[in-house]
Design a protein around this ligand. Sequence first.
Ligand SMILES: CC(C)(COP(=O)(O)OP(=O)(O)OC[C@H]1O[C@@H](n2cnc3c(N)ncnc32)[C@H](O)[C@@H]1OP(=O)(O)O)[C@@H](O)C(=O)NCCC(=O)NCCS
Length: 178
Amino acid sequence: MDIQFQPATTEAQIARIATLAREIWYEYYVALIGRAQVDYMVARFQSASAMLEQLGEGHCYFTIESDSPGATEVGQPLGYFAIQPQPSVGKLFISKLYVRQSGRGRGTGRRTLEFIERRARAWALEGLWLTVNKGNPSIAAYRRWGFRVTEAIVMDIGGGFVMDDYRMEKAIEASLQP
Ligand SMILES: CC(C)(COP(=O)(O)OP(=O)(O)OC[C@H]1O[C@@H](n2cnc3c(N)ncnc32)[C@H](O)[C@@H]1OP(=O)(O)O)[C@@H](O)C(=O)NCCC(=O)NCCS
């Protein structure tokens, strides 16, 4: 399957991600963290206005697109991700990485991570990091891709909610060309 990564910089592109984010978050995270926390996190972090604010803080959003017939509904992205280069510490923060349910388990996540690693190398960064809910089965995918848990983090996000996460890190593979 052929996939491309499309930077999202305009209000229309970000609004498209907000629609996809709602779909994925309600489908995947209610079982993990409960509906009330999903309501709160979607509104606080994944609304179009919140994401536009994040662009101003150095986060770069991308959609994962496929033009293969049948890969997903016509014109709909396969997923999305956001990355934030942090040159002062030599790292790239993967702040979002979501593939819609119908596209999971077919190598899209792995190819997206390879794209992110090439970006990190092009920016002369040496490592990747992310946070993931302690109960999220996707931890297994990150381990397969070479990430290791470096810390447990409990973060107060307001509204009476906490994010109960692991921090995971991976060194950039020197063999990947920018
Ligand atoms: C995690 C996610 C981005 C991975 O993307 P994907 O396209 O499904 O992943 P891939 O098909 O590239 O598979 C990745 C690898 O991990 C393995 N894997 C994927 N999900 C797994 C799971 N739940 N348990 C065990 N292994 C898993 C696959 O076997 C595969 O191994 P390989 O690359 O050696 O063949 C995607 O499943 C997703 O969006 N999940 C829901 C939201 C989420 O948890 N996002 C991460 C937030 S921190």
